[in-house]
Write a protein that binds this ligand. Structure first.
Ligand code: BMX
Ligand code: ZN
Length: 318
């Protein structure tokens, strides 16, 4: 049996996992990212988590083929440098070199959403697809494209920032500098913003009460309040779904993949999110009269997709 390490570097957590050749995660180690702090410290913690996961798996580092890392931002997989990651404060960070200062193994890097898409393609909801696109609804909206079984990252490793395509000209300010990005509306962060706006407008609504009970507004506040009969919450959810459907329709119209999978915490809402979204996509999609259309599915592997995909980056790069 062959073993690999996949590391998911996020804004909140660093998670390393040992993955076997059948795509099973056999051990995990996790620590806080604790940003902002010097990039070398973050890299050292990533190497530490990799070693800890290997130990927990009852293995030695020599039993590992390679290490793969998924990171938000632009990861240059050819020179091992994270060129840019605004939420981690990275600019031209030599991540592969840093990790190899602790661990003498091949190390590969890739954008987090690309790694997650690769994981879903290898072992999850997009398994068996020829072409697949995965969209993650998290802090941001991530995009990963698989064409003919390979990650498509463009000519400069910056693909595919599907989250930064505009769905509302002159819309809400996005962290990337543009206005009206898909990410500004369809991320969990975007949903929280819309929920807060509605609470300010209707301070007596159920959303306001639930937010007080929980001590904060979360991506679940509007959905929970809608289930409790709050019409203002239903309006927030409807608006969220409208934007999500627009972004997904755009993506399908460009790529026409076999499978489009959506992941991230918001997807836990299940049918109340999925069914009306699919209805809207079906009405608007360019190929609405075609026999074969993209299948929209929920990602299967959850947070593990990034770890599994990262663990197989050595294969993607071979
Ligand atoms: C942002 C962008 C993408 C990333 C996506 C999902 C940065 C730092 N991030 O659009 O590269 O894939 O967020 O990130 O530029 P997540 O934090 O929601 O997982
Ligand atoms: Zn943007």
């Amino acid at each position: 049996m062959k073993y690999y390490v996949g590391i998911d570097l996020g804004g909140t957590n660093i998670v390393a996992g040992v993955v076997d050749e059948d795509y099973n995660i056999i051990s995990k180690a996790k620590t806080k990212t604790n940003r902002p702090r010097p990039e070398k410290e973050i890299a050292d913690d990533m190497a530490k988590m990799a070693l800890q996961a290997v130990e927990e798996a009852g293995l030695k580092i020599d039993d590992i083929e390679w290490i793969g890392v998924g990171t938000p931002g632009i990861a240059n997989s050819s020179n091992g440098i994270i060129e840019y990651s605004n939420n981690l404060g990275f600019k031209n960070t030599p991540m592969v070199k840093y990790i190899q200062e602790t661990i003498d193994k091949p190390v590969f890097i890739e954008n987090d959403a690309n790694a997650a898409a690769y994981g879903e393609y290898l072992a999850g909801a997009a398994k068996g697809a020829k072409n697949a696109v995965c969209i993650t609804l998290g802090t941001g909206v991530g995009g990963g494209i698989i064409i003919d079984g390979k990650i498509y990252a463009g000519s400069n490793f910056a693909g595919a920032e599907i989250g930064h395509t505009v769905i509302e000209v002159d819309g809400v300010q996005c962290s990337c500098g543009r206005k009206g990005c898909f990410e500004a509306y369809s991320s969990a962060t975007g949903l929280i913003r819309m929920t807060k706006e509605a609470i300010t407008e209707h301070p007596d609504c159920t959303m306001a009460k639930i937010a007080v009970e929980n001590g904060k507004v979360t991506a679940r506040t509007s959905f929970d309040s809608m289930r409790a009969g709050d019409k203002y919450a239903k309006a927030v959810v409807d608006k969220y779904i409208k934007y999500l459907a627009a972004g997904i329709t755009n993506t399908i119209n460009v790529f026409q993949p076999d499978v489009l999978c959506i992941g991230g915490g918001v997807c836990n809402e299940g049918d109340p999110l999925l069914l009306p979204m699919k209805e809207l996509v079906k009405k608007e999609i360019y190929t609405r009269n075609s026999e074969k259309n993209t299948e929209i599915v929920i990602a299967k592997l959850g947070n593990d997709a990034g770890i599994i995909g990262a663990a197989f980056l050595g294969k993607a790069n071979s």
